[in-house]
Design a protein around this ligand. Structure first.
Ligand code: BDR
Ligand code: CA
Length: 331
């Protein structure tokens, strides 16, 4: 295999139901090597995020280092986690859990990212699917980080699609807009997988039932339970999602972009994040490369982001299905 086609990934996450889908896609995909998981507040409090990441790996028979990240946003006050979407435990209120055997890595998420990048310069990709405080903290620890990573793919933001927590803001960016603006202007190869594409990927609960039936395994039973809870929220909120009793596959689409970039159409340009007022959390993409705006914040040196604007959702869903039906679980 071409060594460039294998992806060594640190997964920054707030698990969270769609985060769990993404984690299992990463564990199942033959071209992805998960070198670590860094956790953040978001869908759950950070301590629960650590527990969930360790638990999901344990029941899938995998050992992956898990580091604890930020418990609150950089500047604004934190908000209560959205229990009505992901459940009080982040996994759809599981009726029971095995006792955890592993413990978290003693390092902070930011230190973990910096250490891994320094150990393997140019090899590690970051896939970030929660609020972006850990990435901003890692940049503070190591300002040369953008040059040490292979790239960053994040699930967050939106360009044209309406927001999901305000008319213009997507939840991950809303949860820490100051950190997000640092991340979008850091100068690393950055791909944004936002609501413009994640709202196209609708995954029905029947797909997760098929996966669970195929494997007959605690990991896929757990995923099915969590997705069933999550799908209630999405099915009530969006009529077209309710028709198939499904949910959006937000976070997994970041991994799908990593391994199958040809499924996406993109637009390249600087992205800035509004941090205050009614537009707080908005990701603003400059879409006219030939036009120079004279206002502060839009200088020609502001780094560009590749923003995903379209996706072959049928092919993405099929890749998800085939990957999860593969032979990836140990007993
Ligand atoms: C994002 O917000 C979280 O609730 C999901 O896990 C996803 O990362 C979607 O807006
Ligand atoms: Ca998430």
């Amino acid at each position: 295999m071409n060594p460039r086609s294998r992806h060594r990934v640190i997964f920054d996450t707030d698990p969270g139901v769609d985060d769990a889908m993404a984690l299992y896609f990463a564990l199942a995909h033959p071209d992805i090597e998960l070198v670590g998981i860094t956790t953040t507040f978001g869908n759950v409090r950070v301590e629960q995020a650590v527990q969930n990441a360790l638990y999901l790996c344990q029941i899938a028979g995998r050992t992956v280092p898990v580091a604890r990240g930020l418990a609150s946003p950089w500047v604004k006050p934190g908000e209560a986690p959205p229990e009505h979407i992901h459940g009080a435990d982040g996994l759809g209120n599981l009726p029971s859990r095995q006792a955890l055997r592993a413990q978290a890595d003693p390092r902070s998420a930011a230190q973990f990212i910096v250490d891994a990048a320094r150990e393997r310069p140019g090899e590690i990709s970051l896939v970030a699917v929660g609020p972006l405080g850990n990435l901003a903290a890692a940049l503070k620890l190591e300002p040369a980080l953008p040059g040490l990573l292979r790239g960053v793919v994040l699930m967050g933001g939106t360009v044209l699609e309406p927001g999901n927590v305000s008319p213009v803001a997507e939840a991950n960016i809303w949860n820490d807009p100051h950190a997000a603006d640092i991340v979008f202007t850091a100068g690393w190869p950055l791909t944004m997988v936002g609501l413009d594409v994640t709202h196209r990927l609708i995954l029905p609960v029947t797909l997760f039932r098929e996966i669970a039936r195929h494997h007959q395994h605690l990991a896929t039973d757990t995923l099915l339970h969590a997705v069933d809870f999550y799908a209630h929220f999405y099915s009530q909120r969006f009529a077209h999602v309710g028709q198939v009793h499904g949910c959006f596959g937000h976070d997994v689409l970041a991994f799908i972009r990593l391994v199958a970039p040809g499924l996406f159409g993109t637009v390249n340009g600087p992205v800035r994040v509004a941090t205050e007022g009614p537009a707080a959390g908005q990701t603003i993409l400059k879409r006219l490369p030939e036009l120079h705006y004279p206002h502060p914040g839009w200088e020609p040196h502001v780094p560009c982001t590749e923003a995903c604007m379209s996706v072959d959702a049928t092919a993405a869903a099929d890749l998800f299905r085939q990957t999860l039906l593969g032979d990836w679980l140990t007993r």
